[in-house]
Design a protein around this ligand. Structure first.
Ligand SMILES: Nc1ncnc2c1ncn2[C@@H]1O[C@H](COP(=O)(O)OP(=O)(O)OP(=O)(O)O)[C@@H](O)[C@H]1O
Length: 312
């Protein structure tokens, strides 16, 4: 019996291949390859004007792509648009509703169009925690409540994929916390996959499991959030009277660091190793001027990544 090699290709809920959108002379989306695993909360991060909304509109078939392809649930959007979009809920820009009607009435109108059971209205009201205010006119709602109504509408059809474009924009701190908790609960409770865009890393850092960073239309980073967090680990920076000589000496003692201008840099070292390095230097007559811990914030990593693209 011959050996059979089975190649199992990872299944993604969303997969784009060289997705490109050109608006006259602007390439708003440039050969973007997004991969969103099932059950992920994919934080789609980028500065204003980076191309997030354009990508989202392409995923929802709201605008035509210039090149590349979009596959959702393993099917090509172009070929199976209606059946795919039936399983996708979205909130892009502000939610639409009739202000003089209650949340319940608004949801009833949507429910009739989508032809889902009446019982779904109460279910979505509970998920977004609007039950108590469900019978008041929506025009009296806070912005956060309106956003949650928008999400309730997106959830009516029990979507497998939920796409939210900057859902916390303009919300007050308590509205932001409520929205965050709501988004975080969806994969665990309902097996949903969520794509959520933001221009704030701190926001994505608190909810996402996967991150995609877009800048000037290009996807410049995509991985598990832990990979991004690892880049913010502490470094130890040491300044001596002769860093080049100190660096050479430490190498002979088995310490591997980097030499940068007037500093020695040691990534992720334990405090006992820091002490040993300092002792070794002092015992060898080097003057140690400074030992500093340098913690890079995720924000600085994000800024550095996006600035590199801006200036290239
Ligand atoms: N209909 C359009 N016609 C021409 N240019 C457009 C159009 N829509 C978007 N753009 C341009 O494409 C680029 C990306 O815009 P997009 O709205 O996707 O960015 P974004 O990341 O969502 O930013 P923001 O958070 O500010 O909405 C911008 O340069 C924008 O000016």
């Amino acid at each position: 019996m011959g050996l059979e090699v089975i190649r199992v290709e990872k299944q993604y809920i969303v997969k784009t291949t060289n997705l490109t959108k050109q608006f006259k002379s602007t390439t708003a989306v440039d050969k973007v390859n997004i991969q969103i695993p099932k059950g992920a909360i994919y934080g789609f991060l980028g500065p204003n004007g980076a191309g997030k909304t354009t990508v989202i509109k392409l995923l929802l078939g709201l605008i035509k792509k210039s090149a590349g392809s979009v596959s959702i649930f393993g099917k090509e959007l172009k070929k199976d648009k209606i059946s795919i979009l039936r399983q996708v809920g979205s909130l892009v820009e502000s939610p639409s509703y009739y202000g003089h009607l209650s949340a319940r009435r608004n949801l009833e109108i949507m429910r009739a169009i989508l032809q889902v059971p009446k019982s779904r209205i109460q279910e979505v009201l509970e998920i977004v925690k609007l039950e108590e205010n469900a019978d008041r006119p929506v025009k009296g709602y806070s912005l956060g409540m309106k956003q949650r109504l928008g999400i309730a509408q997106a959830l009516l059809g029990q979507p497998e994929l939920l796409i939210l474009d900057e859902p916390t924009n303009g919300l007050d701190p308590s509205g932001i916390i409520e929205m965050r908790e709501l988004i975080k609960s969806l994969p665990g409770q309902f097996g949903m996959t969520v794509l959520v865009s933001s221009h704030l890393l701190s926001e994505i850092d608190q909810i996402a499991t996967e991150v995609g960073i877009i800048s000037k239309g290009k996807l410049i980073f995509q991985d598990n959030i832990e990979v991004l967090r690892k880049q913010s680990l502490n470094k130890i920076r040491i300044e001596t009277n002769d860093c080049k000589a100190a660096w050479n000496y430490l190498i002979t003692k088995g310490y591997k660091g980097e030499f940068e201008e007037n500093h020695l840099i040691f990534p992720e070292v334990d405090k006992t190793i820091v002490a040993a390095i300092v002792r070794t230097l002092v015992e060898s007559q080097f003057d140690v001027y400074r030992v500093e811990e340098e913690k890079r914030s995720l924000e600085s990593i994000f800024l550095e990544m996006t600035e590199e693209v801006q200036t290239s």
